[in-house]
Design a binder for this molecule. Structure first.
Ligand code: F6R
Length: 359
């Protein structure tokens, strides 16, 4: 089943361009005219609350951010295990995200939320408890994921979620169909960009990993739409390499984590083109920290297309409302390579399970 791949994680990272291409074939036309959303049969909503854990929560942050940016719709992010004191406003749609669909924290969270809130499930397992419990289901179509650390299911959740959000905004008249079509067209380039990012990372990541191999801890920084990817990069690195990693909004650096930065401290910056990130990079370098930038041309691990002034204007910044999706590929590859160099099992990290069916 592994074919030429050294491990399931390598295989699943490598499958992301085809997973995205196949998903886009499914959703493209129906997204831009709003019919994907209409087909779900959900009532209109004023707000959206994401309920999820771990990597799925990061995908939810991207999806919620897209809805806020494009539609000005308020969103809540609910860590499933922390649902007890959450109060959702009337008119809130709950989007429960789980690749397995069997995560106990997510299922319990739905039990505890007011049942008047409709639930949309985003899952890679349409026969799961979550899918049965939800009012509507979106299949992530990522194919089987064997590696315990989620990789291609993250990307599939993001894709399915952001296209659903675009469709919902068109259906509710909050977004023009022509703008939606332009957005979805831009996504068509994603498979190729992910493949290119993977090829460049394959070349550069081994040496980078060797350079940081003995570091006890890592910082990951991002800003705005780049932040969920920084969080995902940090989580993946911790899960696989057993090294501490923390993600922060870059602006928070000066409010605390800068104290951690010393000679050689690795700091991974998801650079989606916000010039304010350069401040963080300069502060880290001034203290001898080892900066690894992931982003556009000229970064250490380029994943984004060349930035043009036109694109900058279109977004007010340099990326789409869902941020630098392709940056997840080099981040996953860095985590995997570091883990391998440290002798860890990248498919079965210690202490963790693929299906977390206990609360
Ligand atoms: C980390 C990882 C986990 C899962 C989390 C939720 O690499 O994979 O954080 O994302 O346990 O799992 P699902 O999506 O099945 O609810």
């Amino acid at each position: 089943e592994l074919g030429d791949h050294p491990d399931h994680m390598a295989k699943e990272i490598g499958e992301q361009p085809e997973v995205v291409a196949a998903l886009l074939d499914r959703v493209r036309r129906r997204t831009a005219d709003g019919s994907t959303w209409v087909g779900l049969g959900l009532p209109p909503f004023d707000r959206l609350a994401v309920v999820a854990c771990g990597t799925s929560l990061h995908a939810g942050q991207v999806i919620a951010g897209t809805l806020r940016t494009l539609g000005g719709v308020p969103t809540d992010i609910v860590v499933a295990s922390e649902v007890d004191h959450v109060v959702l406003a009337p008119g809130t749609l709950v989007v429960a995200i789980s690749q397995s669909g069997e995560t106990a924290d997510v299922l319990r969270a739905l039990d505890r939320l007011d049942e008047r809130h409709p639930v949309l499930a985003l899952t890679n397992n349409v026969h799961s408890s979550l899918a049965r419990r939800a009012d509507a289901v979106l299949d992530c179509h990522a194919g089987p994921e064997v590696g315990v650390a989620a990789t291609k299911t993250f990307t599939a959740q993001v894709l399915v979620g952001v296209t659903a959000v675009v469709s919902a905004l068109v259906a509710s008249g909050r977004l023009e169909a022509s703008r939606a079509a332009a957005l979805v067209d831009e996504l068509a380039e994603l498979p190729e960009r992910m493949a290119t990012a993977a090829a460049v990372a394959a070349d550069r990541v081994p040496l980078l990993a060797t350079t940081v191999r003995d570091a006890p801890g890592f910082l990951f920084l991002g800003r705005g739409p780049g932040l969920p990817y920084a969080a995902e990069g940090a989580l993946k690195l911790e899960v696989l390499s057993y090294r501490w990693a923390e993600a922060y909004p870059a602006g928070e650096l000066k409010h605390g984590p800068l104290a951690l930065v010393d000679e050689g401290t690795p700091v991974v910056v998801v650079d989606h083109g916000d010039p304010r990130l350069q401040w963080a990079v300069a502060e880290v370098r001034a203290r001898g920290g080892f900066v690894v930038t992931v982003g556009g041309e000229g970064t250490d691990l380029p994943a984004l297309p060349r930035r043009t002034d036109a694109a900058d204007l279109a977004w007010g910044r340099s990326t789409a409302p869902w941020g630098p999706i392709e940056a997840v590929v080099p981040l996953q590859m860095l985590a995997r390579e570091l883990a391998l160099q440290l002798g860890c099992d990248v498919d079965k990290p210690r202490n963790l399970a693929k299906w977390v069916t206990v609360e």
